[in-house]
Design a protein around this ligand. Structure first.
Ligand SMILES: NC(=O)c1ccc[n+]([C@@H]2O[C@H](COP(=O)([O-])OP(=O)(O)OC[C@H]3O[C@@H](n4cnc5c(N)ncnc54)[C@H](OP(=O)(O)O)[C@@H]3O)[C@@H](O)[C@H]2O)c1
Length: 391
């Protein structure tokens, strides 16, 4: 029985709060905190169980420290934005509380998607005797756990991993992003990159694509992108020769994105406008639909998984493990679309692993460093069943 502090009342924060509220035997008291209190109140009103809410600016560690000292959580689940990762980790260090997030730290003025800043907290977390669990959403998160499961149960040697991510849903808007627009657009407009034979190979954005037949969805064009889990998997999956990440995009999305890029609306550097400095991407975010508002009427499915090739018992093997998630079903359960759902459920399970002692350690960890079995079992019980097959 432990208190949990959830920071960030967006699309993902709503799902984490609903899912923690469904497991009172682990999460005895819940506090949902965000920059805008009304967003916390809106989520609180959807629940059948009382929770606490609070206003916090997580860019300011002192505000987070004060909230932690008052509420006394056993773990802080950070589902605000990647910019808040380090200030919240600082607050956890100061108060001796465990930390979990779903996206790596990002400096505001450069799109980097790398773990260096957070891995640099290793010694400080170890010395403080506390644990940080990084990247515990779906991708990163479940995809890393799928790889650890493949390594443990299905292969003697893993040669290649292809992470395939498809959202075949329709939200009815001409252009919207399924999670925070700023982070999403920074991610897809950066140069592509994959890992092969100990090296990182860079490509132009969206310049390599393949068609993949997604179960429950059908064949879809999938584009090679850089995604942060490639960095930790290249380090933690022993002997892997190549890891790539693929994501589907509809033609409408790609056309809008190309126009927005061409006119400079995806820039992350400040520009002078009528005497003010504005960052075009932040302005664009203000115009686009809020990801937490997309759930109503969202139809279709997501399918995300890992195709793994290697050797088992001296023979070549190709294996696929994946989850299919239905937008409308998610909305029925927690008033959110499937991208928020597939991120929020693993964040809740990760916190559960930490609080029940299934995953323990002192220092900073990526999810594939722990035993995948108890986590995979909970995925089946809490709304993200997985399927595995040989190809
Ligand atoms: N691993 C995965 O599979 C995966 C997938 C999708 C998303 N993600 C990550 O999940 C996180 C949340 O995504 P989302 O779609 O829920 O985004 P979102 O809807 O934009 O929500 C983010 C929330 O963070 C809050 N926030 C921002 N700055 C804050 C600050 N300084 N202090 C306190 N709260 C602050 C905002 O609160 P206010 O509105 O109150 O200002 C906002 O509601 C992001 O980091 C995203 O990258 C991970």
């Amino acid at each position: 029985m432990s208190n949990v502090l959830i920071i960030g009342a967006g699309g993902v924060g709503g799902v984490v709060t609903h899912k923690c509220a469904q497991v009172p035997e682990v999460f005895s008291e819940i506090c949902l905190a965000s920059r805008t209190l009304e967003r916390c109140e809106r989520i609180k009103a959807q629940l059948s169980r009382p929770i606490r809410t609070a206003k916090v600016d997580a860019d300011k560690p002192a505000e987070v420290v004060a909230l932690i000292k008052d509420f006394r959580p056993a773990v802080v689940i950070n589902v605000a934005l990647p910019y808040q990762d380090l200030p919240i980790m600082d607050a956890c260090l100061e108060t001796g509380v465990d930390y979990l997030d779903t996206a790596n730290y990002e400096p505001p003025n450069e799109a980097k998607f790398c773990y260096k800043w957070q891995w640099d907290y290793q010694d400080r977390f170890k010395q403080a005797g506390i644990m940080a669990l990084l990247g515990c959403g779906f991708d990163p998160g479940v995809t890393n756990i799928f790889c650890a499961h493949a390594q443990k149960r299905h292969f003697d040697d893993i040669h290649t991993i292809d992470i395939v991510d498809c959202n075949a849903g329709d939200h009815g808007h001409p252009f919207a992003t399924n999670f925070n627009p700023e982070i999403n657009i920074r991610e897809v407009t950066q140069r592509g990159k994959y890992y092969e034979n100990g090296q990182w190979i860079e490509i132009d954005p969206m310049s390599v694509k393949m068609s993949f037949d997604y179960p429950g969805v059908g064949p879809k064009d999938s584009y090679l992108l850089y995604h942060e889990e490639l960095e930790s998997l290249a380090k933690n999956i022993k002997g892997v020769r190549r890891i790539r990440f693929w994501m589907t995009f509809g033609q409408e999305y790609l056309t809008h994105l190309r126009v927005l890029q061409n006119v400079g609306m995806t820039r992350i550097d400040p520009v002078e406008f009528e005497g003010h400095q504005i960052v075009p991407l932040k302005f664009l975010k203000a115009l686009l639909p809020d990801p937490s508002s997309l759930g109503v009427g969202y139809k279709g499915k997501t399918c995300i998984g890992c195709v793994v090739e290697g050797i088992k018992d001296g023979k070549p093997k190709k294996y696929f493990v994946y989850n299919i998630c239905d937008h409308a079903e998610c909305y029925k359960e927690v008033k959110a679309q499937a991208v928020s759902y597939t991120t929020g459920v693993p964040a809740m399970i990760g916190a559960m692993m930490m609080l029940t002692g299934k995953w323990r350690g002192k220092g900073v960890f990526n999810v594939e460093e722990f035993d995948p079995a108890p986590f995979m079992e909970k995925l089946n019980q809490h709304g993200l069943p997985w399927i595995e097959t040989n190809l």
